[in-house]
Design a protein around this ligand. Structure first.
Ligand code: PLP
Length: 362
């Protein structure tokens, strides 16, 4: 039987933790009082949704996710506006992406409305944790893991969904200072037919050595190229990539190896509504480097929930460090940052109905 989220059981903590003053000091290290849990078993479907005190998970060392990485996650934010309301940014788009990631990893998907409701219910119960300072937010991390205690390789018969919350500040130490990115021909993030479209732990495990390489060479992030020709730009670190050459904004198309970013989609929608020329088309690294050298490369930026937009000031390619324009945040980068954050914090109208106010359930 498929239980409905209406059967939600709420077990509150006996003693609320003090909300630390510097809770946003380091990304993802502080968590709120509660978590959301739900289980799946073959024949039963998703069942027993509950809000419980934030605590440990007890897992057998044989738990399948620990061996084969059958897991997916997502990441989104809620923002406190001046009127005290908390708004989640595009929770429906994140629930839909969690479902598509789950499908790729052979994990039984959770109905989108249940996932959205888990977001709203948990943020509501822990709303005193949502910070109010500029650039701050509550970060939501929904995750699904294969929870079967068996080391045979097959898609599992039981799963665990959990949602945890972390108050966060500005994501990058550099703030809005431009990052430097190193294009790699050695490492690959995603190949056609692989996992690139899914938010799944394997992609991040595969990226760590490349990131260490880039950092050891004095760069902040990796510029990922396509897996076949090592020629077409795909993503930057864990962000989608956008460039402006002359008056045209170009971003690589979603053709299977690129994570379909919600911020990417929001930025494209905004730029089109402003009448900018925007195209989703493959972009070769030679074209990018040539444009940087002949002065037509106006700006390069990454998009993602963590930083919203992240300007790129320098590109490393085959031993050369190439400056992007004057290495300062460009006009479209700044306009996107202002427009998106104004919608998120409720200081501007929300013409695309992207934000959802967290209701008071009790
Ligand atoms: C999460 C992620 C993004 C950005 O997605 P948003 O929905 O905008 O946060 C881009 N690329 C990768 C690889 C990601 O994991």
């Amino acid at each position: 039987m498929i239980h409905s989220i209406e059967a939600l059981v709420v077990r509150r903590v006996e003693e609320l933790k003090p909300v630390p003053e510097d809770a946003t000091a380091r990304f993802g290290t502080t968590f709120t009082d509660h978590m959301f849990l739900m289980e799946y078993d073959t024949g039963e479907g998703w069942h027993d949704p509950q809000i419980a005190p934030m605590g440990e998970l007890v897992l057998s060392p044989a738990t399948s996710v620990l061996h084969y990485g059958q897991a997916v996650f997502d990441g989104l934010k809620g923002f406190r506006s001046a009127d005290g309301e908390i708004r989640l940014f595009r929770p429906d788009a994140h629930a839909a992406r969690l479902r598509r990631s789950a499908e790729r990893l052979a994990i039984p998907p959770i109905p989108d409305p249940w996932v959205v409701e888990s977001f709203l219910r948990l943020v509501d119960i822990d709303r005193r944790w949502v910070p109010a300072g500029p650039g701050t937010a509550i970060y939501l991390r929904p995750t699904i893991i294969a929870a079967e205690s068996a080391i045979g390789l097959h898609s599992a018969s039981s799963y665990l969904y959990f949602l945890i919350l972390s108050p966060v500040g500005a994501y990058y130490a550099e703030g809005s200072n431009p990052v430097s990115i190193l294009a790699t021909e050695e490492f690959v993030r995603a190949a056609p037919g692989g996992l690139g479209e899914a938010k799944t732990p394997a992609n991040y495990a595969a990226s760590l050595l490349a990131a260490d390489h880039a950092i050891a060479r004095g760069f902040t992030q990796v510029l990922w190229l396509d897996a076949i020709e090592h020629r077409f730009v795909e993503e930057v670190g864990t962000m989608n990539l956008m460039v402006r050459i002359g008056e045209e904004v170009i971003t690589p198309p979603l053709a299977g190896t690129i994570l379909p970013g919600v911020t990417r989609d929001s930025a494209l929608t905004l730029m089109r509504s402003w009448g900018l020329t925007v195209s989703e088309q493959p972009l070769a690294i030679e074209t990018l480097i040539a444009a940087a050298k002949d002065g037509t490369l106006a700006e390069v930026w990454g998009t993602g929930t963590a930083a919203v937009v992240s300007p790129v000031g320098e590109i490393g390619w085959r031993g050369e460090r190439i400056r992007v324009a004057d290495a300062r945040p460009g006009a479209v980068t700044r306009r996107l940052y202002e427009a998106l954050t104004a919608i998120q914090y409720g200081t501007a109208p929300d013409p695309f109905a992207w934000t959802v106010t967290v209701p008071a359930y009790n």
